[in-house]
Design a protein around this ligand. Structure first.
Ligand SMILES: Cc1cc2nc3c(=O)[nH]c(=O)nc-3n(C[C@H](O)[C@H](O)[C@H](O)COP(=O)(O)OP(=O)(O)OC[C@H]3O[C@@H](n4cnc5c(N)ncnc54)[C@H](O)[C@@H]3O)c2cc1C
Length: 394
């Protein structure tokens, strides 16, 4: 049977986990909506801290169909807004979580190059690229890389092994803020939609750039699609010539933005570009702007092989080929896009739902969520179990 092509393209890893079949419960202690890094981390930790409580993860697509399966895989420190009160050491916490949950993540934390065209370059910058000016390394900051497919599968396995139930193709399309909270779920099974109401003592909405009406953050956050491509493996000589022998990932601190990293097979991922995910005509999407339902639902159906997305990917490919002579004719093996949620001042959203203290929100990592989502997923579990307060971020 031919596999259905994903309109967002295919990243160079797989999520090697499918949840066990289950009978959908009528009532759970904790419902986690969203099976990305945040939701799966929270689910695993909820069951580890409270093995007698029932935990159900509801994922509207397949695990990995959101940002977590389509990410770049750079593990970065702090948040996109920098350090925040009470945040702690994200990278140390991330490493500890991956170890505790026995996830073979391929995490390495050698450091990350910050690149710039305008700031003064490091002495002996290993990188000298041509991209709207001369891009050079300006400093090394903490961070590194993981294999996102392994992390996602590992978190799902850890959650299921700890006793959480995971249901794919189960979209929560409405919440009733009663006590207990009632979730209206549409579960797609063998091509048919089954409707079901589930009652939950508490709910964690870890839905990222989707379902902004459900999470009540539409006016405070802006979803976008962003893009990446992977090259065929580079030889040792090519890696040396382009300045990636150290295997440090990199991102620019000025614009146009560019980020990337080596894969284990010595291919390189490069990423850049944002597109507002709707098919309509307005070209601008101001923060706090109004979205109609139709536009919001277009996020899932957006095809990166067409229109503005395809143009962004072509632009990215052309930039990569011009970065350095060694990359001029490199083969591109993968092209894909994925959703990110931009927030005001780049602050993560980690608080109760405006309509209910029984519903918690965790989202809005501003393209900086590989380590942070897993780290705050653990914190969310602690907060749901009243073991720790939510942060006091604006
Ligand atoms: C191309 C790309 C590159 C990136 N690179 C990096 C990087 O190198 N470093 C970094 O730190 N960050 C990066 N990011 C950001 C990082 O991947 C995200 O911050 C992180 O994966 C967010 O995890 P999440 O669990 O919050 O969201 P997601 O992984 O998006 O999970 C949310 C899930 O909720 C599900 N869902 C939504 N609505 C419903 C509903 N109503 N009912 C049920 N389920 C629902 C979705 O299907 C989805 O699976 C990148 C993102 C992209 C797209």
């Amino acid at each position: 049977m031919r596999r259905k092509t994903n309109p967002w393209g295919r990243p160079p890893w797989t999520v090697n986990f499918r949840p066990a079949p289950l009978a959908i419960p009528d009532h759970v202690d904790f419902a986690v909506v969203g099976g990305g890094f945040s939701g799966l981390s929270a689910a695993a930790w909820l069951r580890r801290y409270a093995p007698s409580k029932s935990v159900l993860v509801l994922e509207s697509a397949s695990l990995g169909d959101g940002a977590s399966g389509r990410t770049g895989g750079m593990a970065l420190a702090e948040t996109a807004a920098g350090n925040l009160p009470g945040l702690g050491d994200v990278l140390a916490g991330y490493k500890k979580i991956l170890r505790a949950l026995q996830i073979d993540s391929r995490l390495t934390l050698p450091g990350v190059w910050e690149l710039s065209r305008s700031a003064s370059a490091m002495k002996n910058s290993p990188i000298s690229w041509n991209d709207s000016g001369n891009l050079k390394a300006v400093r090394r900051v903490p961070g590194g890389t993981v294999d996102p497919g392994r992390v996602l599968a590992g978190l799902a396995r850890a959650a299921e092994n700890a006793g959480a139930q995971i249901l794919e193709h189960a979209e929560v399309h409405a919440l009733n803020f009663s006590d207990p909270v009632r979730l209206e779920v549409r579960h797609k099974l063998r091509g048919r939609i089954h409707r079901k109401e589930i009652r939950a003592g508490q709910v964690l909405l870890a839905t990222n750039a989707f379902s902004l009406d459900l999470s009540g953050v539409r006016s405070a956050a802006e979803p976008k699609l962003t893009f990446a491509l992977a090259t065929a493996p580079l030889s040792a000589a090519q890696r040396k010539a382009v300045g990636l022998s150290s295997r440090f990932p990199f991102y620019t601190v000025d614009f146009p933005y560019l980020w990337g990293r080596l894969l284990e097979n010595n291919g390189v991922i490069f990423g850049a570009g944002f597109v507002p995910p709707y098919l309509g005509t307005p070209a601008r999407f101001p923060l706090g702007g109004h979205w109609t339902k139709k536009r919001a639902s277009d996020l899932r159906r957006y095809d990166v092989r067409k229109g503005e997305s395809a143009a962004r990917l072509r632009w990215l490919e052309s930039r990569v080929r011009h970065l350095h002579p060694s990359l001029a004719s490199v083969r591109i093996t993968h092209r894909w896009g994925g959703p990110i949620l931009l927030t005001e001042k780049m602050l993560p959203i980690f608080r109760h739902h405006p309509h209910s203290t029984g519903v918690m929100l965790l989202a809005g990592f501003n393209g900086h969520g590989v380590a942070l989502s897993v780290y705050l997923g653990q914190w969310a579990a602690q907060a749901l179990l009243a073991r720790r307060s939510l942060p006091d971020w604006p």
